[in-house]
Design a protein around this ligand. Structure first.
Ligand code: GMT
Length: 377
């Protein structure tokens, strides 16, 4: 099949999922076209089945806001005609489903039928899409997608609650590629760059937005390091980073934290981690937690959104109410205090992550593309 993928190319779960999906589809012989404003961070172009088409938005003094949707829908029409793209998969409803719908309509006028699948990722529904300024257009574009998927049962439920959706939403969970995490077995040990042997390594990875409750991450770590020797790895960048650094300074624990910024070495950092923290306000799925679990790292998370579908209470980690820092500290210490308990949680985390292996998940997308193609004919 010739598949067009639209996504956000930056560091962020939806872009990662779209990129990994496209790469695996290409490995399975499909021709995959990424259409976005810059090259997705995890995209490897050395594959004859992968194409990348950049969307450019020319500057014009009259524009206060650059019309990205307009440029994207034009580019989609051009690329579909040039390469014979048969099916379009847009990740994150805003504005991709809207631009995709416009492209569909323009192509239809030219006798070309392009089925569109929209995958809802989370904040496009729960935080941004729900805003009254966007809601009408978001509902419209979801209802006019040929197929709609969401990354968790919880997100599906929220979508029906928050929007007037007539479409059936199919849950296709996010995934990881187990094979990818096996290659680290032979890695030369760089643990010493992060901590001394007796220190536990605690990690948080996100885009440091408010929804991630970065202050809670620092407070949980503060509680842990009072009881046992530990270091905190803060990976990522975003608006809350400075506040986190400030809090760490105030608590006198700045020297126990490494702020990496955006990193391409996420897997290596996770590989040496003993615990992953994700106390988010809401999280439709929590791909970062799943990636940690694939590296055998247990998870301390909030119990909001789709997190209970990924992190199994008392097995791969623990879940607490949003903001219950004390409970999260207590749970973290339960896991970290002795080697045997830590080892058991690590094994369980790895075991749970295997349920989300790409081999189990990808056929659901392939089937959907086939159904979409059949329907379009
Ligand atoms: O969480 C973010 O800040 C990024 C955002 C995105 O769209 O890139 O993540 C959302 O999609 C991910 C992939 O499906 C999910 O794993 C995240 O849970 C979800 N984030 C939220 O719901 C806050």
């Amino acid at each position: 099949m010739k598949i067009g993928i639209v996504c956000y190319p930056t560091f962020g779960g939806s872009g990662v999922v779209a990129t990994e999906l496209g790469l695996e589809l290409a490995n399975r012989g499909h021709e995959v076209h990424f259409i976005t404003y810059s090259q997705p961070v995890r995209l490897a172009l050395l594959n004859s089945n992968i194409f990348y088409h950049e969307v450019n938005v020319p500057e014009y003094p009259l524009f206060h806001y650059q019309p990205y949707e307009l440029a994207l829908s034009s580019k989609l029409v051009d690329m579909v005609k040039l390469y014979g793209i048969e099916v379009l998969h847009v990740h994150y409803a805003i504005p991709h489903a809207y631009a995709g719908y416009m492209a569909k309509q323009m192509l239809l006028e030219q006798g070309i039928s392009l089925p569109m699948i929209t995958t809802l990722h989370g904040t496009d529904i729960t935080l941004v899409g729900n805003h009254p300024f966007y809601k009408t257009a978001v509902s419209f574009s979801i209802n006019h997608s040929d197929f709609v998927t969401s990354v968790s049962e919880n997100l599906k439920k929220s979508t029906y609650e928050l929007f007037d959706i007539q479409k059936e939403i199919q849950v296709i969970p996010n995934f990881i590629e187990q094979k990818h995490y096996e290659q680290f077995d032979d890695l030369e040990c760089k643990r010493s760059a992060m901590a001394v042997p007796e220190e536990r390594i605690i990690t948080h990875i996100s885009n440091f937005r408010k929804v991630k409750r970065i202050k809670d991450v620092i407070l949980i770590f503060n509680g842990i390091q009072k009881e046992i020797p530990a270091k905190l790895m803060m990976v990522g960048d975003g608006p809350e980073k400075e506040k986190a650094e400030q809090l760490a300074l105030e608590l006198g624990i700045y020297d126990k934290i490494i702020f990496f910024g955006n990193s391409n070495e996420v897997d290596r950092i996770l590989w040496y981690s003993d615990l992953f923290l994700l106390p988010s306000e809401t999280e439709s799925f929590g791909l970062a937690a799943l990636e940690a679990m694939a590296c055998s790292v247990p998870v301390i998370s909030s119990n909001s959104g789709g997190l209970p579908e990924v992190n199994e209470q008392g097995y791969s980690g623990f879940l607490s109410n949003v903001g219950d820092v004390e409970d999260m500290i207590k749970n973290a210490l339960t896991i970290l205090r002795d080697e045997h308990t830590l080892e058991t949680f690590k094994q369980h985390a790895k075991e749970v992550s295997k349920k989300f292996n790409i081999d189990q998940v990808l056929p659901h997308y392939e089937n959907l593309y086939l159904r979409a193609l059949k329907q379009a004919k």
